[in-house]
Design a protein around this ligand. Structure first.
Ligand SMILES: C[S@@+](CC[C@H](N)C(=O)[O-])C[C@H]1O[C@@H](n2cnc3c(N)ncnc32)[C@H](O)[C@@H]1O
Length: 224
């Protein structure tokens, strides 16, 4: 079926304005999805969703992760993408029956506590300030069910500061973002590890992807 979207009010006027910015990018977003593809595949490997798992993808955007997941056999019976931008959601396209997308804020998700066995959140956290990151992580924690094995997988732009290339990128990317936020603001590097604990989460896996797309960090965490 074509992804159905349900309207949910953004949390604030500022949030609505930012969603508008993503609406503008939406039709061009597919052009750079290949730069995300490796990290998205790595995120799915780490998340390892089973057929019975309920998956919630926060900031699903144009649905790259959902579409990759839908192509798997077997795939989860239910998956929900959440994003604030109706323009991005309009690009999601065909998804399996029982899967859906909803327009909503990852800081205040319109789903009940424990609604997910697997929460994914790719390429959102590095776009946010620290307070909003904490809110998103606490929401992810709230959505995870209490069953052992429930898990969150996060992907962020990040370059390893222990390598020369990584140090150069970590110096360069924030400068590019400051000089041209519209063009480069989406590439602010972030290692979210230290922010997991305060949100009630504990990292179990950490994967560094320096090449083959955006330099990225993929982290799997469980409820602490
Ligand atoms: C860089 S895109 C990533 C999209 C997708 N996860 C991917 O990896 O291709 C960031 C997405 O986050 C969404 N977004 C930004 N702030 C959000 C929020 N507070 N709640 C929900 N979605 C948000 C934007 O609308 C956009 O679709």
């Amino acid at each position: 079926m074509i992804a159905q979207s349900m309207d949910v009010q953004p949390a604030s006027g500022g949030a609505a304005a930012a969603a508008g910015a993503w609406d503008e990018h939406a039709t061009r977003y597919a052009g750079q999805e290949r730069l995300e593809a490796r990290a998205i595949e790595a995120a799915l490997r780490l998340a390892d969703p089973r057929p019975q798992d309920r998956v919630v993808d926060l900031a699903t955007g144009t649905g790259l992760l959902l579409r990759s997941l839908a192509a798997r056999d077997p795939r989860p019976a239910t998956a929900t993408g959440v994003d604030r931008s109706s323009g991005m959601l309009a690009q999601v396209g065909r998804l399996p029956d029982e899967w859906r997308v909803i327009r909503g804020d990852a800081r205040c998700v319109p789903l009940p506590d424990g609604a997910a066995d697997v929460v994914t959140c790719c390429y959102l956290l590095h776009l946010l300030g620290m307070e909003d990151r904490g809110r998103v992580l606490r929401e992810a924690r709230r959505l995870l069910c209490t069953a052992p094995g429930s898990r969150l997988v996060i992907a962020t732009v990040w370059a390893n500061p222990d390598t020369i290339g990584g140090r150069m990128l970590n110096g360069l990317l924030p400068r590019l973002a400051a000089a041209s936020p519209r063009r480069w603001g989406g590439l602010m590097p972030l290692d979210p590890m230290a922010e997991l604990g305060p949100a009630g989460l504990a990292a179990t896996h950490r994967l560094v992807l320096p090449r083959g797309g955006y330099p990225s960090l993929v982290v799997r965490a469980r409820v602490a």
